[in-house]
Structures are given as structure tokens and as C-alpha cells.
Design a protein around this ligand. Structure first.
Ligand SMILES: [Zn+2]
Ligand SMILES: [Zn+2]
Length: 265
């Protein structure tokens, strides 16, 4: 049985891109051929010394080009050993991004790795920086210290939160953050912001069903005031209801609007 291609624009998109990939691969193969010719054209440099120097430079800084073609172009011999011998002993290096010392390059494949790393991203980001081994160790140490300091700060903040009354906790950025996450999650899931028990959409507030282990409160729930009162009477809510639980209708409206804007993309 022959397989019939179903009508679906998604399939069209897939095949259009596959087609582009094939064309790009052809173009890439042509460029590889071209650069080989260009390496061999080093032979056209009339001055012998310049020809060797150019070949030597291409050998190290154009590691994508086959060494044999560079060698043929600059020395007429396919083995780069002659080229390297003619060029004399030179230390090839790329400066360390941190201390400026030359990074020792061990081989042409190492050079390729280093150049690719330099091309692949901004040098301001540590993982894209070309750094020498001592600087690498120093950067790792700095990153570790930063993480430890973050952990310490987090622990200290948890201890602070544990000392707050419920009303005070409701004024913290931590509460705001969990409240907003909960609102976003609800709006995204139900496309509405309503009491999670009776679906009322007025006098809403964010409450907590339990007190957290390490201070603060967890298990948020969006409730109208009458469902809240019922849960408070049944001892099902953590913390006495406060002004801080209530959410302004404007805030709810802005969440719904933001979720709708996102959905319409
Ligand atoms: Zn360094
Ligand atoms: Zn309700």
C-alpha cells in the first residue's frame, strides 16, 4: 500500500526546511571545495618567504582547511612538516581573556577548538571565555564562592521569614512571587480567575493551606471571602485572614489580559 501524504501545513513546513537544509549542504560542500582551491592558490604568491609565512598563518588560524592543501600551496609538498620546518620555531598562542597571557596551543585541532569557542558566544559570559588553566581554576573558585554566598543568603532569608507573623509574611516579595505564580498558573489553565472552590469571581484573595517547614507558608489557594470563612471555621487555613491576602481586581484583570495576549500568539 502506498503511503499518502496527508494535507497539513506543518508537513509542508517540515519539507520546506529539509529542502533548505539540502541546499545549504550543497552550498557548504561547494565552499569546502572553494577553500581548498584558495589554499592551493597560495602557490601564486611570488615571494617565497611571504608564501611560507602565509601558509604558516593559514595552517594555524584556518584549521578548517586541510593541512595538506595549505602545504601544497605554500611549499609544493603535501606534508605540512616541511612547511612548519621552513617557517621556523614560533610559539602560536591566543591571549587569555582574563590575564592576557598567551594560551599555549598544543595542536591544530586544539586551535580549532579554541577558535570555535571564541566564535560561539560573547566573551563576557564565562563559559565562552578563552582562559588559561590558572585563570580557569580561579574562575571556578569564584563561581563556587558565589554559589556558597547565595546559599548562605537564602538560609538567612529563610530564618528571617520564619520569624514573621502571618500578616508580615503577606507583605514580603516572597509571598508576592508565589501569589503571582499561582495566579499565572490558574489563568493559564482555566482562562479565568475565580474562587477555586465555588467559582465566584469577586472578593478574591490568596490564602495558604499550610505553614511551610522552613518558615513562610505554602499551598496557596485562591478563594472568595465566604469560602475562606468556611475553611477558617473548619481550621483548614494557615494563618488568620488578613488584609494582605486580598487581591485588587485590577491585578487579576492584568493577569488575565497578559495570559490572553500570550495565548493569541
Ligand atoms: Zn589567564
Ligand atoms: Zn468561593
Amino acid at each position: 500500500m502506498a503511503i499518502k501524504r496527508p494535507e497539513a501545513p506543518q508537513l509542508d513546513a517540515i519539507f520546506a526546511t529539509v529542502d533548505k537544509i539540502h541546499r545549504a549542504e550543497k552550498r557548504l560542500a561547494a565552499l569546502r571545495q572553494q577553500v581548498v582551491q584558495e589554499a592551493r592558490a597560495l602557490a601564486e604568491i611570488p615571494d617565497k618567504r611571504l608564501r611560507i609565512e602565509a601558509g604558516f598563518y593559514a595552517y594555524w588560524f584556518a584549521p578548517d582547511v586541510p593541512a595538506t592543501d595549505i602545504a601544497i600551496g605554500s611549499t609544493g609538498k603535501p606534508h605540512p612538516g616541511k612547511l612548519l620546518k621552513l617557517a621556523g620555531p614560533v610559539s602560536v598562542g591566543v591571549p587569555c581573556n582574563r590575564c592576557g597571557e598567551d594560551l599555549p596551543i598544543r595542536s591544530r585541532s586544539h586551535m580549532k577548538e579554541v577558535l570555535e569557542q571564541a566564535r560561539s558566544g560573547p566573551s563576557s559570559l564565562p563559559r565562552y571565555r578563552l582562559v588559561c588553566i590558572p585563570c580557569q581554576n580561579a574562575l571556578q573558585e569564584e563561581a563556587l564562592n558565589d554559589r556558597m554566598a547565595e546559599c548562605d543568603a537564602w538560609d538567612a532569608r529563610q530564618r528571617e521569614l520564619a520569624k514573621l507573623s502571618y500578616a508580615e509574611f503577606l507583605q514580603t516579595p516572597e509571598f508576592e512571587e508565589t501569589r503571582d505564580l499561582h495566579l499565572w498558573w490558574l489563568a493559564d489553565r482555566t482562562h479565568a480567575l475565580e474562587c477555586e472552590t465555588c467559582n465566584a469571581d469577586t472578593s478574591l484573595g490568596m490564602y495558604h493551606k499550610s505553614a511551610g517547614d522552613e518558615g513562610g507558608f505554602s499551598d496557596t489557594i485562591l478563594l472568595c471571602t465566604s469560602c475562606r470563612d468556611a475553611l477558617v471555621a473548619g481550621g483548614k487555613l494557615a494563618g488568620p485572614p488578613c488584609e494582605g491576602n486580598l487581591i485588587l481586581p485590577e491585578l487579576l484583570a492584568s493577569f488575565l489580559e497578559a495570559v490572553r495576549a500570550e495565548l493569541s500568539y
